[in-house]
Design a protein around this ligand. Structure first.
Ligand code: THU
Length: 131
């Protein structure tokens, strides 16, 4: 497992602070994400946003990533993901989505900031689809 730094703990806490903004009235499963830009002390946060048309929901990791890309950032160091109900593994769509930009990035998950797990995205999705 990759090293757990203070920076990564902070990132996890930032993701956790986003939970209050999650829009998850259908699943009741709020998720927050914080995405650290590579080589800069810049973070983009996101939450899951659900919809009455269930399939239109978008995950927290992807709302963070789309905000970053829209602001001109495409390379990421790490992403922290937090749910309102314990440790959450990143879903398959988000693994593919983030792999597009930084397959080597670290993925930080865990029950709380004192019990973090850090894995490389390319470990979580070894054969991402590429064109
Ligand atoms: N969800 C995320 O935001 N990220 C994940 O990696 C897993 C799932 C959200 C989507 C949906 O709003 C809710 O969790 C339940 O699936």
């Amino acid at each position: 497992m990759a090293e757990i730094t203070e920076r990564y703990r902070d990132l996890f806490i930032q993701a956790k602070q986003m939970l209050k903004n999650a829009y998850a009235p259908y699943s009741g499963f709020p998720v927050g994400a914080a995405l650290l830009v590579k080589g800069e002390d810049k973070v983009f946060t996101g939450v899951n946003v659900e919809n009455a048309s269930y399939g239109a929901a978008i995950c927290a990791e992807r709302t963070a990533c789309t905000a970053a890309v829209a602001a001109g950032y495409r390379e990421f160091e790490a992403v922290a993901v937090v749910s309102g109900r314990g440790a959450v593994p990143m879903c398959g769509i988000c693994r593919q989505f983030l792999s597009e930009f930084s397959p080597e990035m670290d993925v930080i998950t865990g029950e709380d900031e004192d019990h973090l797990e850090v894995r490389k995205l390319c470990e979580l999705l070894p054969e991402s689809f590429k064109l």
